[in-house]
Design a protein. Structure first.
Length: 434
């Protein structure tokens, strides 16, 4: 039974969508059909119900404002039809290609290309043609604003469409490189560089690896130097640059100075100012945690040390993405014996997470001092993160020699070299204060 009348108070509480249902029972019928189709678990029925929904309520005749208010999403219907069918995803994408709306295309690329490539769940050879098809659709939308975006201002639409297209183009370049399509990848990389410049470390790494494969040595050196100038360099890139540098310079001790000379002076000054403005002084409770060998580390005993704490989990992709930068920071500060790093694993599920964590560290050559949070709520090792109020990871805290938190950040922007500089700048600022 559908609501025919609602009081003013109830309408105000429930919002516009309830008013729409009350005024137009057909919307409620559409919502019911949507919910039935979307939540169906049977793999055969979900296809039948999804196709019936599209037939009864064609998207071409949809009232997008009303649908949004009612929580009706054509993208969710299409995602079910494409990803839950017994036939392959690629076959279904091609079948529904002309009908795919913008949101579905974006979500398909994210879930069926980007995540699969990131986690290596599907071979790049399988993902590349899928990527090509979806990118073609995204490129079409750049020039043909979709009807569901009619109410979005042109400048906002341009920003959104460009962001999604070029963001996915980065994944496509990586797929082309991995599958050996070097020249095509270089051509598309030029398009990406024209949009981003050298501001994306992952793109820069793909570019230099492609240039190295192609044997373009001069362009390789220039790309490496441009990447360092923007402070968007990865460990393999710095290794390549070191090799090039040592080919004509015998003294390896001068390499770090050379790297620093390449970095944008303006960029270094801006980063230092930004970090200085974000410095804090906050007292936190002391705590004690055990390392992989059972040795207890108590923060009460770390007075007189600058302590860098990196909170992570084995399932956290950005946490692990930041590890190369953290390793670089450790190497930069290796001769400063009053600076210590601890990596605190937390929010894990399952009983064997310690073995998983330490195997990952060994396999990837991360010589980290790993501590494991104590068991807290819901059977997870989250006692200390709860104590400190940490709700998002990766999270990095830097404590001064008196145990005060002086720097606290929960983000990673993708550049190992910039992250390493960030850590060193904070340490230098703390030491400068005395």
């Amino acid at each position: 039974m559908y609501i025919k009348k609602i009081t003013t108070t109830l309408a105000l509480f429930l919002g516009v969508s309830v008013t729409l249902y009350a005024q137009n029972p057909e919307k409620s019928a559409k919502e019911k059909a949507f919910l039935t189709a979307y939540h169906e678990r049977d793999s055969i029925k979900v296809i039948e119900l999804g196709e019936a929904f599209l037939k009864d309520y064609p998207e071409s005749k949809a009232d997008f404002k009303a649908d949004k208010a009612a929580g009706i999403s054509y993208s969710k219907i299409y995602m079910n039809l494409i990803t839950r069918a017994k036939v392959g995803v690629d076959t279904k994408i091609k079948h529904y290609y002309d009908q795919l709306n913008y949101f579905t295309t974006v979500e398909l690329y994210y879930r069926q290309v980007y995540l699969f490539h990131l986690h290596k769940l599907k071979p790049a050879e399988v993902l590349l043609p899928r990527s090509e098809v979806l990118l073609k659709k995204l490129n079409y939308f750049r020039a043909h604003k979709p009807v569901e975006m009619t109410d979005i201002p042109e400048d906002q639409w341009l920003k959104t469409s460009e962001s999604n297209y070029f963001g996915d183009l980065l994944t496509h370049i990586s797929l082309l490189r991995v599958t050996g399509h070097t020249q095509e990848a270089l051509t598309i990389a030029d398009e990406a560089l024209s949009h981003y410049g050298y501001t994306i470390a992952s793109l820069n790494e793909d570019v230099v690896l492609l240039l190295k494969t192609a044997g373009l040595e001069e362009k390789l050196k220039k790309a490496l130097e441009n990447s360092v100038h923007a402070n968007q360099a990865t460990v393999p890139m710095l290794d390549m640059l070191r090799e090039i540098y040592l080919a004509s310079n015998k003294d390896s001790n001068d390499f770090e100075a050379y790297v620093e000379s390449l970095k944008s002076q303006e960029g270094k000054e801006d980063q230092a100012k930004e970090i200085a403005a974000s410095m804090i002084k906050k007292k936190i409770p002391t705590f004690a945690l055990s390392d992989s060998k059972g040795q207890l580390i108590d923060t009460k005993n770390l007075k007189g040390k600058i302590v860098i704490l990196d909170f992570f989990a084995s399932w956290c992709v950005p946490c692990k993405a930041a590890f190369p930068g953290m390793k670089m920071a450790m190497e930069k500060l290796a001769d400063q014996k009053d600076v210590v790093f601890y990596y605190i694993d937390n929010q894990e599920h399952g009983g064997d997470y310690k073995t998983t964590v330490m195997k990952y560290m060994k396999d990837n050559n991360f010589p980290f001092n790993v501590l494991f949070d104590n068991i807290g709520t819901k059977g997870m090792n989250n006692e200390v993160v709860n104590l400190l109020g940490i709700t998002a990871i990766p999270r990095k805290m830097i404590l001064d020699k008196n145990g005060y938190v002086r720097f606290d950040t929960d983000s990673y922007w993708g550049s190992p070299s910039k992250l390493a500089d960030e850590i060193k700048i904070v340490v230098d600022l703390i030491k400068k204060e005395g």
